[in-house]
Design a protein around this ligand. Structure first.
Ligand code: AMP
Ligand code: MG
Length: 418
């Protein structure tokens, strides 16, 4: 398991910005070391352990980009169309065609290798056949048109995929195009997840009048799995320091990260902090984000712990800004900055300076074609419907104090957060 020092989450200031949090995590969390070999068909979402350099060029040979007629550029009609005798025919998958004869055209199809000497292809849509069966080629085509040169995509020996890449379908495609059958990836990050709270019961269990079904645990597990983690679902722990400390100690050795939700506020019934202090070392991060509240960071026997707040929306937002970068660091993945896309605000909003705030919004297309963000009508951090019925978050930076309708704001869709 990844082993971290007790003081790795120490932080000097009273309030931590999102950027400071990510910088601390990226610098101090060590990636898991074990590497596995996986078939490319199983590689989507995994983290590449070492860079891949291209064992062959792509495309591997020079070929036609269209169905048409190949010619030598020195024969290209310059001022008027011209008729060419067609000699030879080369299809995709055929071995290299014979060399082209001067003044002739070769019938060729998309993906077929270029005949030796030919360097330009006319699209079949741009030509016609005359009565004698010659092909009439228009003037004005540029040398090299409609030809894909060997290595124009990837040159042999070049860096094709970097270490730390979180593999996407297109990355897997590139590995396949290079003829690779397997890739070396880091093993999955193992995360233990608990909910805490006497008021919680699992769906399926009987619920007393003052109890509610645990929802955060299922949200967090789903988000962790989307990030490629192997998750141990450890259920609900009562609001009891000793039970919590015992539970934390028990899972520390076998996991790379412990994630809890609830019980990290300053109330008397918030026992995660004291349990972490009992089982290991605690640091509280007061983050300058809303929705947010404090996030507990800790180390239990070398294993990092993150304690998220219990309110579902606060839990979601702090997951994105603390857990996500931690999981990426543990996984050995490059940190992926969240890129906010500009959209037009259809709402007004007042906020505190020096704090980053996230507004739940729905996107729609305005009459003038611009994308507009409408704010969810209510603000509570406990409203699950506010996450379900919206498309993503508008990010309002630390320097902003006021948003007016019509102003450009940055939007981050939920899909890009995971
Ligand atoms: P806490 O952070 O423990 O003070 O909880 C804050 C609020 O979030 C309370 O109303 C809790 O009932 C609620 N809450 C805590 N944990 C969960 C959970 N796992 N699922 C849904 N709601 C929760
Ligand atoms: Mg609680």
């Amino acid at each position: 398991m990844a082993q971290l020092s007790d003081d790795c989450f120490a932080f000097g200031g009273p309030m931590m910005s999102v950027d400071e949090a990510v910088a601390i995590i990226a610098a101090r969390v060590a990636p898991v070391r074990e590497v596995e070999t996986v078939e490319i068909a199983q590689a989507d979402g995994r983290i590449l352990a070492s860079g891949v350099s291209a064992p062959l060029p792509l495309p591997p040979f020079t070929n036609s980009a269209v169905d048409g007629y190949a010619v030598r550029s020195r024969d290209l009609p310059r001022k008027h169309e011209a008729a060419f005798v067609v000699r030879g025919r080369v299809v995709a998958g055929a071995s290299a065609a014979e060399a082209i004869e001067p003044g002739h055209a070769v019938r060729i199809f998309t993906g077929a290798p270029m005949p030796e000497g030919a360097d330009t292809v006319f699209m079949q849509e741009d030509v016609r056949l005359d009565d004698e069966g010659k092909v009439v080629l228009p003037e004005g085509l540029r040398t090299g048109a409609n030809v894909r040169a060997a290595g124009e995509d990837i040159s042999v020996g070049s860096a094709a995929l970097p270490a730390g890449q979180r593999l996407r379908p297109q990355d897997v495609a590139l590995a396949a195009a290079l003829g690779l059958t397997h890739l070396e990836v880091r093993r999955r990050v193992r995360v233990a997840v608990f909910s805490t709270g006497d008021e919680l019961v699992s769906p399926g269990a009987s619920r007393a009048a003052a109890q509610l079904y645990d929802s955060n645990r299922f949200m967090l597990i789903a988000m962790l799995r989307r990030l490629g983690c192997e998750v141990s679902d450890l259920g609900i722990i009562r609001d009891d320091r000793d039970a919590l400390a015992h539970g934390l100690k028990k899972v520390a050795g076998a996991h790379d990260l412990i994630l809890t939700t609830g019980g990290v506020s300053t109330g008397e019934e918030d026992h995660v902090k004291s349990a972490v202090e009992k089982a290991g070392k605690l640091v509280l991060w007061r983050m300058a984000i809303k929705p947010g509240r404090p996030v507990a960071m800790g180390i239990i026997a070398g294993t990092p712990l993150i304690g998220l707040p219990g309110n579902p929306v606060a839990s979601f937002v702090t997951f994105v800004h603390v857990v996500r970068p931690t999981v990426l660091a543990l996984a050995g993945a490059a940190q992926q900055r969240l890129i906010a896309m500009p959209v037009r605000a259809a709402f007004s909003y007042t906020k505190k300076i020096s704090r980053r705030e996230y507004v739940r919004v729905t996107l729609h297309r305005a009459d003038d074609g611009a994308l507009e963000a409408t704010k969810f009508p209510r603000e509570g951090a406990g409203l699950l419907s506010s996450l379900v019925e919206t498309d993503g978050l508008v990010e309002l930076g630390e320097e902003i104090t006021q948003v007016e309708p019509g102003q450009s704001v940055g939007f981050i869709g939920y899909a890009s957060l995971m």
